[in-house]
Design a protein around this ligand. Structure first.
Ligand SMILES: [Zn+2]
Length: 466
């Protein structure tokens, strides 16, 4: 050895310029998964990753996926007894239209005002690249990683990850890990570091109410037969009280209550409710009594009508009693609600309160599980320590009202706690023209990741298992 031992963190700082040049090369590959004409570019991006992973000392494999783009897999298993991290990222990017709104061609990166502009700079190539550089810095300076690492890089995330769930299920054994880490999200506000701890799930159903085989004359039959549209309206109105509380019995049974720490985390998010409502363009806000707007849209379940139709909806009038009426209704779910159980409760309740004289049917259209890795989970705490040490301030905690199907798959198929550690401000233009990555975040992020692996090593496997 001899001389001073360079730390992984100063290695990352010293090599900053080279890292950015290398990122430029990765961003030049137009790996748009949605467009068949770019299949060759997708393959080039996968090969770029394989070459890079090999060069920094990982074992790699290009895994073909029938009918789609290959999965890039890599691992480093030199820390027996230490935690194993399964990291997920994607190397495909969104299409670039409308091209004329880009300041520069989307695959000719340019550095301006401390940012690198290009398609994929934030979502997700820039963040994938940070993980590769963190491993390079650790292996170059210590010849080993503090933890075991498995990398999974997908090539069809931007075209809805059709094959990922099956692939995860088929490779459950080989993907064994203690925690999954995904860097494909961002911050809540400006450049303040954040960890996304929760995502809501969904139960999506349709109610069909049928009265007669055909529409009936409302003069001849009105007053003598039940009206499916009126009945449907009444059924839906009964699902929620005026206080916004869902009235389906046992609906809230499995809802994990918000802890004091959860509520403090919501309250700590910078949020101007009036400005937000004005931005949305609504005339007022509504929701479950007893919770703030951010709590209601991130930490509590919902029930909403997504569509309703019945009878005559054309211009003018038509005097009928509709033969049938329909509604699509969905519930956003929070941990630990199970979409299958919620559907059963929903269906049974609707059938129970439906009046006689009509045929009512309730069917399931879609389901997705909620995920949560709580603030006090050791893997979240370790990430928070790493962020605070590198960004110089503690992170905010975000609960997304929507879902990230990939994260739900890692949680439900592999049974892993999922830490969503993203590094980009909300204004990063992901999926839009002029996407960018803040280069100082890129550099600090590399150090954060290296530090996070050290933190997880000191938590240990038993510590992570709780
Ligand atoms: Zn992404």
């Amino acid at each position: 050895m001899g001389g001073t031992r360079v730390s992984a963190l100063s290695y990352a700082q010293d090599n900053r310029r080279r890292f950015v040049e290398q990122l430029d090369g990765f961003l030049r590959i137009p790996s748009i998964s949605a467009l068949p004409a770019h299949a060759g570019d997708i393959r080039r991006a996968a090969d770029w990753l394989i070459d890079d992973l090999r060069a920094i000392g990982l074992t790699t494999e290009l895994i073909p996926i029938e009918g789609s783009h290959p999965m890039v897999y890599a691992e480093w298993k030199g820390a027996p007894g230490r935690p194993t991290v399964l990291f997920y990222g994607h190397y495909d990017v969104q299409p670039v239209d409308p091209l004329d709104l880009w300041e520069r061609p989307p695959f000719e990166p340019v550095v301006r005002d401390g940012r690198i502009l290009a398609r994929g700079a934030a979502d997700d190539k820039g963040q994938v690249h940070m993980h590769l550089r963190a491993v390079e810095a650790l292996l170059a300076t210590r010849s080993r990683l503090p933890i075991n690492l498995r990398f999974v890089f997908e090539g069809e995330e931007e075209s809805t990850s059709i094959h990922l769930a099956d692939w995860l299920a088929a490779n459950r054994e080989r993907l064994g890990a203690d925690v999954a880490v995904i860097s494909d999200s961002g911050f809540f506000d400006g450049n303040v570091p954040a960890i996304t701890i929760g995502l809501r799930g969904i139960m999506y159903a349709q109610i069909d109410v049928v009265g007669s085989p055909v529409d009936l004359h409302s003069g001849t039959y009105g007053g003598a037969v039940p009206n499916p549209a009126t009945t449907l309206a009444r059924l839906i109105a009964e699902l929620k009280g005026p206080d916004g509380v869902i009235t389906i019995p046992r609906f809230y049974d499995d809802v994990r209550p918000l802890t004091d720490e959860d509520r403090a985390a919501f309250a700590a998010l910078p949020f101007d409710e009036d400005a937000w409502a004005a931005g949305v363009g609504v005339h007022g806000l509504a929701g479950e009594a007893g919770y703030t707007t951010l709590e209601r849209k991130g930490g509590r379940p919902t029930l909403d009508v997504n569509g309703m139709w019945a009878g005559f909806i054309g211009e003018g009038s038509k005097t009928i009693i509709p033969a049938h009426a329909h509604a699509k209704v969905s519930c956003r779910l929070v941990p630990d609600q199970d979409p299958a159980r919620i559907f059963a409760l929903f269906r049974d309740h609707v059938l129970r309160i439906a009046p006689p004289g009509l045929a009512v049917d309730v069917k399931l259209l879609g389901a997705g599980r909620p995920t949560l890795t709580p603030i006090d989970h050791p893997a979240t705490r370790a990430a928070a320590r790493a962020l605070e040490a590198t960004f110089g301030r503690p992170p905010l905690y975000i609960r997304e009202g929507g879902s990230i199907p990939v994260a739900a798959s890692f949680a439900s198929i592999l049974g892993l706690p999922v830490v969503l550690l993203g590094f980009t401000p909300p204004a990063d233009n992901a999926h839009a023209p002029n996407e960018w990555m803040d280069l100082s975040n890129h550099e600090i992020g590399i150090r954060t990741i290296a530090r996070y692996w050290d933190e997880l090593a000191s938590v240990g496997r038993d510590g992570l298992a709780g």
